[in-house]
Ligand binder design. Structure first.
Ligand SMILES: [Zn+2]
Length: 116
């Protein structure tokens, strides 16, 4: 079966994330620093974010490893991308994952209170 370009991209991104995952198991500070290279400090607490690789369901592709950058203090500040650069870009743009309600269900954007 022919793969679409999107599937090829996702597959390449998943392979990259899998490689990063190996690196992420390393706790060497210089390697963690490389993984968040280009990230701004957290807009709320000013700490540098933390990078992890997280398996996630992607529509049309199944469960793949995705790259997540988040603040260890502000748990609702999490930016996810298929590639490291995407996650960094979203983190810097404060394009965070939707917050979750008390049951851990993500609150869709349209139901979130507007920022004041
Ligand atoms: Zn923070």
């Amino acid at each position: 079966m022919e793969l679409t370009q999107e599937e090829k991209d996702n597959r390449a991104a998943a392979a990259e994330a899998a490689q990063l995952k190996v690196k992420l198991r390393s706790t060497k500070p210089d390697e963690q620093a490389a993984l968040i290279a280009g990230c701004n400090p957290c807009p709320d607490c000013g700490n540098m974010p933390h990078a992890i690789v997280q398996p996630r369901g992607v529509p049309g592709f199944g469960v793949i490893d995705t790259y997540e950058i988040g603040c260890l203090v502000d748990r609702d500040h999490r930016a996810v991308g298929l590639k490291r650069e995407d996650a960094v870009k979203k983190w810097n743009a404060q394009d965070f994952l939707p917050p979750k309600d008390e049951n851990g269900t993500p609150i869709p954007k349209e139901k979130q209170p507007l920022p004041t």
